[in-house]
Design a protein around this ligand. Structure first.
Ligand SMILES: [Zn+2]
Length: 241
């Protein structure tokens, strides 16, 4: 195994996850992303591994806009990808809203010499993935990128719930195999602090769960469970997403 071409998951552009995959396989990994609507891949990571994916600009016009207003955002700003495909005979799409979140940076961000701009960090997540927890935006992918900095953590799950029927809470359940109690406690404390710092001080509960108790995924990992209660005009209902 020399090369791994990763797609369909954010893992290929999350540094710690990618490192782990490369170590386990003993091969160089590169990220790509594609969409059924345009027939094939639209971005790829070159062998310089600049921490982002080049846009295949001779096949697609890619724009980045504010998902709320639809106005263009500049280099270095998070926004939604809008694509227009040409050179592909599958389904012609014009300024198609992908719901993918990206940060576009100039081609000079890579040393390979290509003139195609980059999406720094690949596809950062989906507009629909965002969860609002006590006024703070939380993206599962951002949480994953922090959790994966802790090599001791094997599997994890993000859990949203409503405490005492009122306040939204967020917790991260982690499996930490073969650790003594003291070092597991240290990992839990450090992770809780790192998550909070990256989310405007939002309090995250971190809980150790039994090894092997969390689900494992083979395709399209879904590590967020939303059990919050939403009070609507039709009364109380429980959301599970
Ligand atoms: Zn490059």
């Amino acid at each position: 195994m020399k090369r791994l071409i990763l797609s369909g998951e954010p893992a290929g552009s999350i540094p710690a996850t990618k490192r782990l995959i490369e170590q386990e396989w003993g091969a160089k990994a590169a990220d790509t992303a594609g969409m059924t609507e345009v027939g094939t891949i639209m971005v790829f990571e070159c062998e310089k591994q600049p921490g982002g994916t080049h846009i295949i600009e001779d096949h697609y016009i890619e724009e980045v806009v504010d998902p709320q207003t639809g106005r263009p955002v500049g280099y270095g700003e998070l926004g939604e990808r809008l694509i227009t495909s040409f050179g592909r005979g599958f389904i012609p799409v014009l300024r198609y809203r992908t719901r993918d979140l990206v940060v576009r940076v100039p081609a000079s961000g890579c040393t390979c010499g290509r003139t195609f701009d980059l999406y720094e960090g690949g596809i950062r997540g989906r507009v629909d993935d965002m969860k609002l927890v006590r006024g703070t935006n939380v993206y599962p992918r951002a949480v994953e990128s922090i959790v994966r900095e802790f090599e001791e953590i094997d599997e994890f799950r993000i859990h949203l719930y409503t405490a005492e029927g009122r306040q939204d809470e967020i917790e991260v359940l982690v499996e930490i195999p073969e650790r003594d109690g003291a070092s597991a406690d240290r990992i839990i404390a450090e992770l809780g602090k790192a998550l909070s710092q990256a989310h405007e001080g939002l309090r995250f509960g971190v809980k150790k769960v039994e090894n092997g108790s969390l689900p494992r995924f083979e395709l399209k990992a879904k590590r967020l469970q939303d059990d919050r209660i939403v009070i609507g005009t039709a009364g109380e209902r429980r959301v599970t997403a």
